[in-house]
Design a protein around this ligand. Structure first.
Ligand code: PDD
Length: 278
């Protein structure tokens, strides 16, 4: 495949970055994952807004960004001639001459983008019930920044994998807040509930769209914290991300949710979501 690196379009095998890159040494960078459906970047302005916000929050000067990200994104899609894919963006604080925690002055960022096939090219709703486990959230206090520093997320996800589960749900102070790479929803007495935006979660673009659609359709919605206990008692549980879209969860820590199948509200919202995608 063709990737973008610091102003050039080149084959993946020819793209390389210095071992002195702060992304490699410190995980000092941010990223975005943007879905591509039928050749179109989905919710691109929202993703680029979040990318810019992440850069601001970690004090990377945007003037170092080589080009118009929107233009590069479009170029990369056409060069790879993809229809259904995900576009990955990564920006790090660049390379410096020595390993030093302090931010270097005047370092050019490393800016990388690549296109990957979608794990499931499903254009139809996938009602397969997913299993999740709960894990203690050992991440830092700035989960709102889409940082490439993802060791805690990877460890949680691997723990799920080891237990043949599809995702790990982060529990902080007793609250079930989000997945290792997804946001979390529950349906309780007809009300759709998800954790509010804060430093504890990543403000998912899919989450935002689900809330937008639900409100537009007149469903009851509440953005508030809820406990793992609430989750276990919920009528429905879903996880969402740009990669997973909206997935129904049918068991948490081996306990069945509802009747162990995708629930009616999931079917409803997924129908709206699919219509929105067209
Ligand atoms: N992850 N929460 C976390 C911790 C995430 O890593 C993600 C996405 C989400 C969902 O955000 P969105 O709807 O904008 O994709 C929530 C991406 C897909 C990843 O790390 O690959």
């Amino acid at each position: 495949s063709i990737v973008y690196l610091n102003g050039d379009y080149l084959p993946l095998a020819e793209a390389s970055v210095s071992v002195m890159d702060r992304g490699f040494l410190f995980g000092d960078g941010i990223y975005e994952v943007i879905p591509v459906y039928a050749g179109q970047l989905f919710r691109l302005p929202q993703h680029l807004r979040r990318l810019n916000r992440s850069l601001s929050e970690i004090l990377i000067d945007k003037s170092y960004l080589p080009e118009d990200l929107e233009e590069v994104s479009a170029n990369l899609l056409s060069k790879n001639n993809v229809q259904n894919a995900s576009l990955y963006w990564q920006v790090t604080r660049g390379q410096s001459s020595q390993r030093d925690h302090r931010f270097p002055s005047n370092t050019e960022v490393t800016c990388f983008a690549t296109v990957n096939p979608l794990p499931s090219a499903a254009q139809q709703p996938d009602a397969t019930g997913r299993k999740v486990i709960s894990v203690e959230d050992v991440r830092w206090q700035r989960c709102d920044i889409k940082a490439i520093t993802l060791l805690a997320n990877c460890m949680a996800r691997q723990q799920a994998e080891n237990q043949r589960a599809d995702e790990a749900i982060m529990v902080r102070d007793g609250f079930a807040i989000e997945g290792s790479a997804s946001n979390l929803f529950m349906v309780q007495q007809g009300c759709l509930v998800t954790a509010p935006e804060s430093h504890w979660i990543l403000g998912g673009i899919t989450r935002e769209l689900i809330l937008e659609i639900a409100r537009e359709k007149g469903l009851r919605v509440s953005e508030r914290l809820f406990t793992l206990d609430d989750l276990l008692q919920a009528d429905e549980v879903w996880i969402s991300s740009s990669m997973r879209e909206i997935q129904p969860v049918v068991s948490v820590d081996g306990q069945a949710i509802g009747n162990g199948q995708a629930g009616p509200m999931w079917h409803q919202i997924t129908e709206y979501y699919m219509a929105y995608k067209q």
